[in-house]
Ligand binder design. Structure first.
Ligand SMILES: C[S@@+](CC[C@H](N)C(=O)[O-])C[C@H]1O[C@@H](n2cnc3c(N)ncnc32)[C@H](O)[C@@H]1O
Length: 240
């Protein structure tokens, strides 16, 4: 497992922090298709637990309050010291009104992942767009890939879901996003790019094997910036 992350508690990180909050504040109004797709997939996920462990939620800019209020309590963990305050700004009032207890922890989830999932053994688990960011926190590609891929084995007896980047790269301003897909297999990066009609260079976020091989998943495009697109995979898993 990774050592202590140098970005823990930092205001500027490659996967979140101030730049992400600033971007979300200004660009969220252009992200409605992506946010709606996330909401639809989260509505389809119906774990039996009333407690949620939210791993790397930032301020929940793309998470619907309607999903969060389905739980009695939520424990969130993020590296970003601003995440809690802004998350409470975004969702706090509705959570309070619906009597949902929210607690936050400043930590790298991979520092002691096994102990963490044991500590929250009675929670459903959501990775809300953080596993694809692991490549920015672990310099060695093989280590990053192994840690990402080990998640499904460690969570084999749990209800969990993940929203994660698969690919990212430049897109011409104004070019329409590829049509969303629903598939039942882990699709390799080259084939995914080809299926979506993408040409040029794409960052591989090493998340091909986050979900079990034959899990159903939704693939959607997200125009993060006017000329920068992420291809995001969303899926959920029940205990095997
Ligand atoms: C792209 S943001 C998530 C955005 C979120 N879905 C939203 O709606 O605002 C990724 C978040 O994951 C957090 N993160 C990345 N790696 C992490 C790790 N190993 N442990 C804890 N948090 C992590 C980052 O700090 C960042 O806040």
């Amino acid at each position: 497992m990774s050592q202590r992350d140098p970005y823990q508690g930092a205001y500027f990180t490659p996967s979140g922090g101030l730049v992400w909050h600033w971007r979300a504040l200004w660009r969220r109004r252009y992200w409605t298709d992506f946010i709606d797709a996330v909401a639809v997939e989260l509505a389809r996920w119906q774990p039996p637990q009333r407690k949620l462990l939210l791993l790397g939620p930032s301020a929940g800019w793309c998470l619907p309050s309607d999903f969060l209020i389905r739980f009695e309590s939520i424990h969130a963990i993020d590296l970003d010291p601003l995440a809690e305050r802004i998350f409470r700004f975004n969702h706090g009032r509705v959570l309070q009104r619906m009597d949902v207890k929210l607690t936050f922890e400043l930590e790298n989830i991979f520092t002691s992942f096994d102990a963490l999932i044991d500590r929250f053994h009675d929670h459903a688990i959501l990775f809300p767009n953080m596993l694809g960011q692991h490549i920015y926190h672990v310099a060695d590609t093989d280590t990053a890939r192994l840690e990402i891929e080990a998640v499904k084995t460690k969570l084999a007896h749990r209800h969990w879901a993940s929203i994660h980047d698969r690919l990212s790269g430049k897109i011409r301003s104004g070019r329409p996003l590829p049509s969303p897909l629903r598939i039942n297999e882990a699709i390799k990066p080259d084939r995914l790019a080809e299926t979506l009609g993408l040409t040029g260079e794409w960052v591989d976020h090493l998340t091909t094997h986050v979900l079990p091989e034959e899990s159903e998943r939704r693939i959607v495009g997200w125009r993060l910036l006017d000329d920068w697109m992420h291809i995001v995979e969303i899926g959920n898993v029940s205990p095997s």
